[in-house]
Design a protein around this ligand. Sequence first.
Ligand SMILES: CC(C)(COP(=O)(O)OP(=O)(O)OC[C@H]1O[C@@H](n2cnc3c(N)ncnc32)[C@H](O)[C@@H]1OP(=O)(O)O)[C@@H](O)C(=O)NCCC(=O)NCCS
Length: 207
Amino acid sequence: MFPDLTRDDVFRLETRRLWLRWPRQADAPAILRLAGETAVAEMTARIPHPYPAEAATAFVLASRRANAEGSGLTLAITPRAKPGTLIGAVAITEQDGRAALGYWLGSPHWGEGLATEAVRALIDAYFAYTSGGELHASARVINGASRRVIEKCGFVPTGSRLHPFPARGGVFPVDTFRLDRRTWSSFKAWSSTGFVPQGRHEESHAV
Ligand SMILES: CC(C)(COP(=O)(O)OP(=O)(O)OC[C@H]1O[C@@H](n2cnc3c(N)ncnc32)[C@H](O)[C@@H]1OP(=O)(O)O)[C@@H](O)C(=O)NCCC(=O)NCCS
């Protein structure tokens, strides 16, 4: 799915506050501590709870393998000032033949817009570096924060369904969403279309 550019572990995405980089074994303790929290794990399909120590190592290995093969792209979310410190993860992987978005952020960092910032960067990379036409996302119907992140990134709701959550031991109702390349492209262009608020327009003519 992803090209040579992202398949090397020097690949990085930079945003105003974040560096997104390949996960490393040194991240395992942070993954264990942050993803191991009930509030994070219970919203995800694959993060076990309690989180066994070896699961963090396995996650890093599997992510790096998929990144190297280009079959997905999983990146550690780190603060720009501390790129060695993992605070969450964001990924696009293939699920049922479709490109699917997933993410989590450690609870001490919630409510600052960081997940949205990370997700937007990975979406931009997906449409910029691959020929993929659309991305899919889903969130448990009780997960208002995740739904909001998805909406702020331009995804459109496509319905609800029961989705397998292997780490939770069952199926759970989720809302599903889709973002196609044209909608993403339109979102990106919106801020540069030249709209001038009324007051500012008049001020500029009054000079
Ligand atoms: C979902 C998650 C990534 C959000 O991280 P975050 O950095 O706090 O997200 P952001 O700050 O970028 O955006 C959150 C938005 O949800 C809103 N929000 C927070 N709690 C909410 C709730 N209970 N109901 C509705 N909206 C909520 C916030 O106000 C914000 O929207 P705003 O910018 O319009 O005010 C984080 O809570 C998390 O990791 N949760 C556990 C794992 C998870 O749910 N992963 C996604 C699986 S689909």
